[in-house]
Design a protein around this ligand. Structure first.
Ligand SMILES: Cc1cc2nc3c(=O)[nH]c(=O)nc-3n(C[C@H](O)[C@H](O)[C@H](O)COP(=O)(O)O)c2cc1C
Length: 532
């Protein structure tokens, strides 16, 4: 996230920016200084923006502006003081508005003119029609940039300190809204999911996908079918076909570069089972915490915290997976433990042949029996999923806060019912000595893979391996104890249509999240080393 302060020349951006820098502790960057520095690096001479503009002309100057804007693309947690004209260029505008809060200082032409007379008119306003030129520049920025801004502050009759304090307060509010509106995932390739379990529809918008990529609804549907309810007796009987429709971003079978919006209409959203518990908090569910956070009790099947939300991730992930497959990257997840029964064999071809998605056929049979036994007892079971990413090149992941393992674990933890993650040998490493845990290198590669394909937050080129702990399903029809909206202790049984074990259906969701992380990392890396 960056904060970009803009406005017409003389609106007070630099002094206001300086004060906001002090209030927030953020480092301040001025595009004017960056332009002068870029000019120096390219031409070996120190010149001011005014001199560069006068001596080399407007086109030359605008080109420097574009270069500086492009260099700002990946900066985070900085305050950028930016000339209004820079934002008039569409490419620069896209880059500077990306992951940014745009603050516009609005001042009338009269005030600006008298300020500029005081500090010296810029070269393009020194002519006889300078005053009219300023008037039209200010009107143009007010018409084009102001409506795009997140925060607009009247900078006419206030001191820079007063303006900065006003912006500081508004930034706090804006950040609070953005931080809580956590429905979007990713940096370059971003997925936003929408919809609730018992609302009319659920879906996703995938943005940042390059144009020209072939994609069909059938390819997305294939992945959705692996997640959809009603697949077998070990999943919820809710009868949803989960038929996806692409609404935008794909034309004649190819991505256009526009956001790809995808939707599924909920057909079987019977909320009647929830009527009896609308004043109760279901144990293990997010009912209590959502109520404490929002003060609203959407009792219809968990609303936004429902596993149904994850269909949107699978839609986005299906597109990501296709792109990864074209680069030889495969993501495979499978059950390695359910109800304490562990797989001892691993044959990838077996995974999709059994309802628990286990790579060991005999273990799968026992796992299925254990799930059905728990279901018979009105109870549920959990398990462990192993997720492997194969064919990944070395060099993906962004130290320090964007480490590949940090990104992947964060992605996995966003999925409901996930309660733990091990990377590589994980907790077992704590029982080894360094001489055993180190992955030695020989013959141009690694001898072992205890680290799970990630060292220092960056992929090694080996398979990435995660083990993900999935808790038993919260909804069980056995008697439990809870409280109601007034805090009174009450017995509860959670009836309705539920997965007696979430592990089989969580697998395509975890794969989708991993695919989105990896595609995002590839896009970031292609900007860091475009030639590699
Ligand atoms: C694909 C999928 C299906 C799920 N199905 C159910 C279900 O049928 N019943 C249930 O109680 N929880 C189900 N969950 C889990 C809940 O969404 C989750 O446990 C709950 O929101 C509380 O969040 P937490 O377990 O992450 O703390 C499912 C999760 C996923 C990812």
């Amino acid at each position: 996230m960056k904060i970009v302060i803009t406005g017409a020349k003389g609106a007070g951006k630099s002094s206001v920016g300086g004060h906001i820098g002090q209030l927030t502790g953020l480092k301040v960057m001025e595009t004017d200084h960056l332009i002068e520095e870029t000019f120096f690096q390219q031409h070996g001479q120190r010149k001011t923006c005014r001199e560069i503009f006068t001596e080399f002309g407007s086109d030359f100057f605008r080109d420097l502006e574009r270069q500086v804007a492009a260099a700002c693309e990946q900066i985070d947690w900085r305050l950028v003081v930016c000339g209004g004209s820079t934002l008039l260029d569409p490419d620069s505008r896209r880059v500077l508005r990306n992951n940014a809060i745009l603050v516009y200082l609005k001042a009338d032409a009269e005030t600006i003119w008298s300020r500029l007379i005081g500090i010296g008119l810029p070269p393009w306003l020194t002519g006889p029609d300078g005053r009219e030129c300023l008037e039209s520049d200010v009107t143009y920025l007010d018409e084009v940039i102001m409506p795009l801004s997140d925060i607009v502050v009247d900078a006419t009759a206030k001191s820079p300190e007063e303006i900065a304090e006003e912006i500081y307060e508004l930034l706090g509010r804006e950040l609070a809204v953005r931080m809580t509106a956590a429905n979007t995932f990713g940096d370059v390739v971003r997925v936003t999911t929408f919809g609730e379990s018992h609302g009319p529809a659920i879906g996703a918008v995938l943005d940042g996908v390059r144009p020209g990529i072939e994609i069909t609804e059938a390819e997305i549907q294939r992945e959705l079918n692996r997640r959809r309810p009603g697949q077998s007796e070990v999943t919820t009987p809710r009868d949803e076909k989960d038929q996806v429709e692409i609404l935008s971003g794909v034309f004649e079978g190819k991505t256009t570069g526009a956001p790809i919006a995808m939707v599924i209409f909920n057909r079987d959203h019977d909320s009647s089972k929830y009527e009896g518990i609308k004043e109760l908090f279901r144990p293990g569910h997010a009912d209590f915490t959502f109520y404490k956070k929002y003060g609203i009790r959407d009792y219809r099947g968990g609303g936004r915290s429902s596993g149904r939300e994850t269909a949107g991730r699978v839609m986005g992930g299906a597109i990501a997976r296709k792109l990864l497959a074209e680069k030889g990257i495969r993501i495979i997840a499978h059950s390695v433990e359910i109800a304490g029964i562990a797989a001892t064999q691993c044959d990838y071809d077996v995974i999709e042949t059994n309802p628990v998605r286990c790579a060991d056929a005999e273990a799968a049979r026992l796992m299925q029996q254990a799930i059905l036994a728990a279901k018979e007892d009105n109870d549920s079971v959990g398990g462990v999923v192993k997720l492997e990413i194969l064919g990944l090149p070395a060099g993906l992941g962004d130290p320090v806060f964007g480490k590949l393992d940090a990104r992947l674990c964060s992605a996995m933890m966003t999925v409901g019912a996930v309660k733990g993650i091990e990377v590589g040998k994980g907790f077992a490493l704590t029982r080894m000595r360094g001489s055993q845990s180190n992955d030695n290198m020989a013959d141009g590669g690694f001898v072992s893979n205890n680290a799970g394909g990630i060292i220092g937050g960056i992929s090694t080129g080996q398979p990435v391996e995660l083990r993900i702990a999935v808790k038993p399903t919260s909804s069980i029809a056995s008697p439990q104890t809870t409280i109601d909206l007034e805090g009174r202790t009450t017995p509860i049984e959670t009836h309705g249509r539920h997965d007696p074990c979430i592990v089989p259906r969580i697998i395509p969701v975890l794969e989708a999240m991993a695919a989105l992380v990896i595609l995002d990392c590839l896009e970031i890396q292609s900007r860091i080393r475009p030639d590699a």
